[in-house]
Design a protein around this ligand. Sequence first.
Ligand code: KIV
Ligand code: ZN
Length: 516
Amino acid sequence: MAKTDKRRIFILDTTLRDGEQAPGCSMNLGEKIEVAKRLERLGVDVIEAGFPASSPGDLEAVKAVAATVKKSAVAALCRCIEKDIDAAREALAKAARPRIHVFIATSPLHMEHKLRMSKKQVLERAAASVEYAKKFCYDVEFSAEDAFRSDPGFVCKVFGAAIEAGALTVNFTDTVGYATPAEFGERIRYVKEHTAGMVQARLSVHCHNDLGLAVANSIAAIAAGADQVECTINGIGERAGNASLEELVMGLYVRRDYFSVETSIDTTHIYPVSRLVSQVTGMKLQPNKAIVGDNVFVHESGIHQHGVMANRETYEIMSPDSIGVPRVKHASPNRIVLGKHSGRHAFEERLKELGLAVDGEALEAIFAEFKNLADKKKTVSDRDIEALVMDSAVSVPETWKLEHWAVNTGSALGASGIIRLKHRDGRHKQHVCMGDGPIDSIFRAINHIVGREPELELYEIGAITGGSSSQGETMVRISLDGRRWNGRGLSTDVVESSIKAYLSAINAMEWHLHSE
Ligand code: KIV
Ligand code: ZN
């Protein structure tokens, strides 16, 4: 977005923290780093990278993101507890622009039942924690959890104490997504007017989507004077999720005539980062999802098609280019672009056209995958290429590599599957299993070889493009001892895409368990 003299709204993205807390949305370290790089390219002001005191994995992830990201500030969340703040300080040691984000609940319900603390104790703890965090970090944010269901006067007092102790941002949350837009706007206006020292600090809002109002509430807060909004890509987050970054940012951008505010977001990176987050979390987007859903630029009825052909603006309030939908793709998502005789040059050209920046070793590997695919599929579409690139961006080291597989199945017999895997230390292992169908038999055989019995929580299969020669895309989620890993597999054969997806989740699990 071009710089103007419009009021600046700061964007804190919490996909890697609140987003990752959503059921089944956990990401591995490599995926988090990749998402963080894309968020930086997108231009978010702050990347909330995790909650370091919550687990060793979170601590490592925040460290890695802090060491990678240079332009955006990197925030670490902590309760108002010294050991949490110490963990955040350790995690952010290498950050170019660190932010410590402390929170404590201020609602009667939370103070009485969760914290068992009085108002006075909460007030003192908030101020003391900001003061403690401030010893290590200039940029401190303070959040009042469940602020919307709190006594507004009390929130103002706590915010005032936090600002006096050095908080540069105070964050008003609607933790349970209870607010409605007009009253949320009024509350923000009240807090702005009644908090001591508010002129020295930024007022932020953090809205959840339990009533489907997170974006509307955030926008009402901006209109009422909020300076920062907290959001996630695709709106992922606890329960019904958080305010969605793409909806918020595009709402402000498309209606800039009305809001007269600006953000630092380069909207042309929205679509690729949305696809990446969907892929690594296994959270598919509904086709009519605002801004990034598959149907957003598709016109079905004749009257609409006619209108768009005459002038796009008859039925489109934003262009696909403005959010980074690859140009060739919105012409026709299934357009056949390349085949097995296509050379590297044509392939690289197509990657450029699709806005997929890949070079060096990654390009070599993707080109080899493309050739394999073209051998099987004859013609390769833009969607196929996009899927190959996304897949390679976030793959984890392969503890187990697929060598061969075969299944035997039919209506009269049970199914049996045989699989041969290669361990990274060079060993080969093979096993045969019976099962309730080909997938079950093969997954059992893999479990036997790997020596673990994870639970299969999610198994979804779809097609990348139309037609019977389409690549099958399989998503799986496995869990073991309360932890979860996602995997994704692509192949023209659905059994093979299932095996690849299962093995990629197994490899994510092995990598995680070995790096603990
Ligand atoms: O929803 C919430 O209240 C939060 C805070 C910890 C910022 O996520
Ligand atoms: Zn939240």
